[in-house]
Design a protein around this ligand. Structure first.
Ligand code: 6PG
Length: 247
């Protein structure tokens, strides 16, 4: 992992406020320059506070929502109203509270059979970006989290999905969870203009140090494979997660 920025925050509220400010800056910059701002959200629990903050009084009026398009970095293979759904989490915290046009929400239809869901999502991305067959999308911003096993999005250690170099999105069976997930591939993630990792809590301190300090044996960790070519990589971490890193 070459150059990255690490922003250490006191706690999740401060981490969320810093990430929200960057989101607002990028949203306005890209909307002015390109007429749209294309984001892939991450799931899990850490981003909840950020999403709620963006929908709240302090930030909501600063975002040109009609120009913001939402995709997902990954999704669990459940219906959109399932408690595990990343879409449901984003809908409850942000998309149902901010004036985001329906047409700007590009939900990953993970209730379908896994392979069909991945194929439909890939087609939706290709159509949105008007991509020729061999071309790759360039998301303006992709949010990612870090699992305590070093996974990110739904790219888990040892997954075949880590070797996919043609497709944009794949279905991956996650042995440890005994379930399928749909995930963007590394080839797509590493073409984003900006990648923001949101990592919080003492349970992430050890894995974060392994990833950022490139400890021996950590080269196989999926999160270490995140290295946006020509893009900006920012780790928003709280002090608890940062505890094992030598500054
Ligand atoms: C998911 C996420 C996953 C998540 C990490 C961290 O679908 O769960 O995409 O990669 O970001 O597991 O999750 P927490 O934020 O809950 O620690």
């Amino acid at each position: 992992m070459k150059d990255f920025e690490r922003i250490v925050c006191k706690d999740i509220p401060e981490l969320s406020a810093q990430a929200a400010a960057e989101f607002v800056r990028l949203a306005n910059e890209r909307s002015a320059a390109a007429g749209r701002f294309v984001v892939a959200l991450s799931g899990g629990s850490t981003p909840r506070a950020l999403y709620s903050l963006l929908a709240g009084a302090e930030f909501q009026s600063q975002v040109p929502w009609d120009r913001v398009h939402f995709f997902w970095g990954d999704e669990r293979c459940v219906p959109p109203d399932h408690p595990d759904s990343n879409y449901r989490m984003a809908f409850e915290t942000l998309l149902s509270k901010a004036p985001v046009p329906e047409k700007n929400i590009h939900r990953l239809e993970a209730e379908l059979a896994p392979e069909a869901a991945a194929a439909r999502y890939e087609k939706a991305i290709r159509d949105f970006f008007s991509l020729a067959d061999s071309a790759w999308p360039a998301f303006d911003l992709i949010f990612l989290g870090l699992g305590d096993d070093g996974h990110t999005a739904s790219l888990f250690p040892g997954s075949e999905a880590l070797h996919e170099n043609k497709r944009l999105a794949v279905a991956a069976y996650v042995e440890k969870l005994k379930t399928y997930r749909i995930t963007l591939t590394l080839a797509v993630l590493n073409r984003a203009a900006n990648i923001f990792f949101l990592v919080a809590g003492e349970s992430k301190a050890s894995i974060l140090a392994d990833v950022l300090q490139e400890k021996r044996g950590s080269e196989s960790l999926p999160a270490r494979r995140i290295d946006p070519q020509g893009g900006r990589l920012v780790w928003f971490v709280d002090r608890a997660a940062d505890a094992s890193l030598q500054s």
